[in-house]
Design a binder for this molecule. Structure first.
Ligand code: NAD
Ligand code: DAU
Length: 338
């Protein structure tokens, strides 16, 4: 059956990869994109992809009403729009409350008024907080967010749960681990380190570098979202994982090896305040119920990702200019002088 999607945050990293995935796997579906085009949004990410673009803020009801009117009754909302970077949330939490909390509530209210068929909320494994070695969290795990970003995402999950319980809306939530792949803004670990290593610049690893993340290729995440959109049970939460646990130092060593650069570029710098030591979502439910599991290997897809950044110099140059320079100085200037 052909569907119409309203994709919020479609000009960002995962949203754009998701729209590309849809155009390939569900070519008859129509996509309306709603995006504010913050520093992280870039319409180049959707170059040559068919979609209707609406420039607007999810926290502003008239913007959301306009986008939902364009999508029409019976559309499916896929909600990626967010302030997404932990370090920025430590600098200033206000935009995180505006978009992740207020924006999600505005979207939920508007979705109800416009007769949306299903609301797919994209959340994160960070809502479970930092886990001890050897422990994994399934969807029944207690929410224990520990930085302003993850607290705002946990709040948004609760708002979605409240809308299901109170108004009976058909909503599903995904909670994925750390993504990598093309079109990721170079404030995040992988593209930042690829850019620095390529330019023979220092790789600033926070603290002892032994923090662990579960890395997943963005295409795997996008296919998981599609599986949940089509087959997830209403009101349910589905964890999504890469099943690939690595310390940050191991990730950096891999990148340097692949780029043929020396490990002496790595520099330990002042840690991120409140830095979560380890995320480890348990993703058995999505495999059991929907048959999804990650299919991309870290080694091969990370090499392909490095190649993508190498081949897209114009995209990288644009991302590294303008506001990014000021952000980089604020975030790393003192750390690298110390
Ligand atoms: P991103 O920062 O690359 O993109 C966010 C997009 O949202 C941008 O296009 C931005 O312009 C848009 N946006 C921000 N505020 C908006 C607003 N008020 N109204 C409309 N649009 C707005 O983020 P990402 O890494 O692609 O993450 C997408 C979603 O996936 C987020 O909800 C994030 O919490 C979640 N997530 C990310 C990861 C990851 O590893 N990146 C992992 C799990 C979950
Ligand atoms: O787990 C899912 C989450 O993953 C998503 O919800 C977030 O949107 C996404 O930003 C990501 O959060 P992290 O904080 O884990 O990702 P980040 O890329 O910022 O950092 C990954 C790890 O690398 C983390 O332990 C901090 C460390 N790091 C990061 C940067 C940018 C460094 O050591 N140095 C750095 O310069």
């Amino acid at each position: 059956m052909s569907e119409t999607l309203l994709v919020t945050g479609g000009a960002g990293f995962i949203g754009a990869n998701f729209i590309r995935t849809i155009s390939e796997l569900r070519p008859t579906w129509r996509v309306v994109t709603l995006d504010k085009l913050t520093y992280a949004g870039n319409l180049d990410n959707l170059e040559a992809v068919e979609h209707t673009f609406v420039h607007g803020d999810i926290a502003k009801r008239p913007d959301v009403d306009g986008a939902l009117a364009s999508a029409g009754t019976g559309a499916i909302v896929v909600h990626f729009a967010a302030e997404s970077h932990v370090d920025r949330s430590i600098q200033d939490g206000a935009p995180f409350l505006h978009t992740n909390v207020v924006g999600t509530q505005v979207l939920l209210d508007a979705a109800r008024a416009h007769g949306v068929k299903r609301f797919v909320h994209i959340s994160t494994d960070e809502v479970y907080g930092s886990l001890p070695e050897g422990e994994f969290r399934d969807e029944n795990g207690t929410l224990n967010p520990s930085n302003p970003y993850s607290a705002s995402k946990a709040a948004s999950d609760h708002l979605v749960g409240a809308a299901v319980n109170t108004h009976g809306i058909d909503a599903v939530i995904t909670r994925c681990s750390n993504n990598y792949g093309p079109y990721q803004f170079p404030e995040k670990l992988i593209p930042l380190m690829i850019a620095n290593a390529t330019n023979d610049k220092t790789l600033p690893v926070y603290g002892d570098g032994l923090h662990q993340r579960d890395w997943i290729h963005v295409r795997d995440h996008c296919e998981a979202v599609l599986a949940v959109l089509e087959g997830g049970r209403a009101g349910e939460i589905y964890n999504v994982a890469g099943r690939n646990h690595m310390t940050n130092l191991d990730v950096l060593r891999f990148l340097l090896g692949a780029l043929g650069k020396p490990e002496s570029l790595i520099r330990h710098v002042q840690d991120r305040p409140g830095h979560d030591r380890r995320y480890a979502p348990d993703d058995q439910k999505i495999e059991r119920e929907l048959g999804w599991k990650p299919r991309f290997s870290f080694d091969e897809s990370m090499r392909a990702t490095i190649e993508w950044y190498g081949q897209n110099a114009r995209w990288v140059k644009r991302a590294l200019s303008g506001e990014y320079r000021q952000y980089y100085e604020e975030q790393y200037g003192e750390r690298l002088k110390a």
